[in-house]
Write a protein that binds this ligand. Sequence first.
Ligand SMILES: Cc1cc2nc3c(=O)[nH]c(=O)nc-3n(C[C@H](O)[C@H](O)[C@H](O)COP(=O)(O)O)c2cc1C
Length: 215
Amino acid sequence: MQKDLSNYRKSYQKSELLEGSIDGNPMQQFQKWFYEVEDANGMDEPNAMTVSTMGVDGFPKSRVVLMKKFAYDGFVFYTNYESEKGNAIAQNPNICLSFFWPVLERQVIVKGQAVKIAPNLSDGYFESRPQGSKLSAIASKQSKTIANRELLEERLKQLEQDFKGKEILRPEHWGGYLVKPVEIEFWQGRPNRLHDRIRYALQDDLEWKIERLQP
Ligand SMILES: Cc1cc2nc3c(=O)[nH]c(=O)nc-3n(C[C@H](O)[C@H](O)[C@H](O)COP(=O)(O)O)c2cc1C
């Protein structure tokens, strides 16, 4: 079985990324791009990002999660602290985030350190979630195996009964990570594969060094 994809060829020409028009702070630049992607419409979940970790088994692994906040100090997502990614982060907090926004032919790649956010902040976000999501966070031992789906559904049904009319508090194994960036690369597709790549790297004096990379 094989499929030849050598004819898949697209010219990128929607935008450009030039030193004269970028922000000196990468989070400001990220915000600018994020708003433009939101405004461009036609992109579902622009906050979906790929999180790559170095696993305890020695293999890197990537998976998509939803960014729930960004600010000067970094990017926040929520997950199960005892999941495969949670265990990987506990062993090596250096992780990579990447966004692919085909609507504007853009990619952003972040290297940074993941730290658990304060419990009260995780509580606050957990509180805002729909009841079903709250119960699923309790029901699912994320990344562990289970014999079949029915067991999960039974577990959820049982929890629905147990928590009827009661407040559902955040389980300790579930919460947010803040990814504090040390390097952020902005990639803008350009014609003839001569793409724009601008990298911001955090220096010892906490200033951001800005350099252009070859495509
Ligand atoms: C669009 C999308 C959004 C997702 N958002 C989250 C999320 O915010 N948090 C999360 O833990 N998993 C999310 N997932 C599921 C993860 O990709 C992954 O399956 C899960 O976190 C378990 O990963 P792990 O076993 O490597 O730890 C999302 C998946 C997709 C496709």
